[in-house]
Write a protein that binds this ligand. Structure first.
Ligand code: FAD
Length: 288
């Protein structure tokens, strides 16, 4: 027989951080990953600390000076429902729109999507290309980490026991920057990605960022792409160099969703499609 779950719902961040000092306690947000995991296993945390009663984690603000600030408890549907966000960060809201069903998007939080550390978490690629920082809180205080430092491996994050993500900070991309997000699933509308990908192209600042999910044990931000873009903006040459880089960087596996070979094929198709989308958005490849 499986032991019942011990559950509590603190009303402040300070109270939650105190409760998370209890050995083997776990934070619970929307529960769309955690409760599924607990159902599948015999593992029982000493205490589930429900974060949804903490108003500090609900902030969603877009300001000229500080960019976008997303409280860890903000749900996918809150991201999508903000018209301002849809026009300012379209790759992020497009990614949120593809998560599960409407019911899942009503529960699923941004903090939970990142902390579950799935290689195919849909919010990861857009947040990676946007140079996102995470604010991590514990009883010892706050620290900031780049989003890439959160993933240790598939479904393993680098947070220490007692630590919480409280805020996701997304700087404004340059005014000329364009973004796009693509996702390949087995079924329409309701599945984890077998490959997802986000790109950012800024012809003024000479920035080109590509992040690929589902093709390694962590999302992969292709290295050195700004330099490739600055060296050559010839579309054919840049596309060929990025394809070779992606091919050499990803390490996809065979699993229930797809074979490694199929994932490689999708990456090649998506990368070309993504670059075309970004080039159309930026009205060409930008001049050197
Ligand atoms: C039917 C279904 C379809 C889905 N489809 C998709 C999909 O298309 N794309 C996709 O990316 N995901 C999908 N998911 C997975 C899931 O919905 C998302 O990853 C979701 O964003 C997780 O958020 P949550 O609030 O439910 O997290 P929870 O399940 O509450 O928590 C997830 C993990 O993060 C930890 N955690 C939560 N909040 C914090 C915090 N603030 N600080 C530290 N740790 C924290 C928890 O302890 C747990 O380990 C799907 C899930 C289901 C059940």
């Amino acid at each position: 027989m499986i032991a019942p779950l011990a559950y509590t719902k603190p009303r402040s961040l300070a109270e939650a951080l105190e409760l998370l000092q209890i050995a083997h306690s776990l934070p619970l947000a929307g529960g769309t990953d955690l409760l599924v995991e607990l159902k599948k296993s015999n593992k029982r945390p000493a205490l589930l600390v429900d974060l949804k009663g903490i108003p500090d984690l609900d902030e969603l603000a877009l300001t000229a000076d500080r960019g976008l600030r997303i409280g860890a408890n903000v749900t996918m549907n809150r991201l999508i429902e903000s018209g301002e966000l849809v026009s300012a960060f379209p790759a992020l809201t497009d990614a949120a729109m593809t998560v599960g069903t409407d019911q899942i998007r009503n529960r699923a939080t941004v903090g939970g999507n990142l902390c579950h550390a799935s290689p195919s978490a849909d919010l990861a690629p857009p947040l990676f290309v946007l140079d996102t920082q995470l604010v991590v809180a514990s009883l010892q205080g706050e620290r900031r980490i780049p989003i890439s430092a959160l993933w240790q491996g598939a479904k393993q994050n680098t947070l220490q026991p007692g630590e919480l993500i409280v805020q996701i900070e997304v700087p404004w991309p340059g005014a000329a920057a364009k973004m796009a997000f693509l996702k390949k699933m087995r079924t329409a509308g309701h599945d984890l990605a077998l490959v997802n990908m986000a790109g950012l192209l800024d012809p003024v600042q000479g920035r080109c960022r590509i992040c690929i999910g589902g093709c390694a044990c962590t999302p992969v931000l292709l290295p050195g792409t700004d330099t490739l873009y600055q060296e050559s903006r010839d579309p054919d040459q840049l596309t060929a160099r990025l394809l070779a880089l992606a091919e050499a960087t990803i390490v996809p596996i065979d699993d229930v969703r797809a074979s490694a070979r199929y994932r490689r094929e999708i990456v090649a198709v998506f990368l070309q499609r993504l670059l075309k989308l970004l080039a159309v958005e930026t009205k060409g490849w930008g001049r050197c």
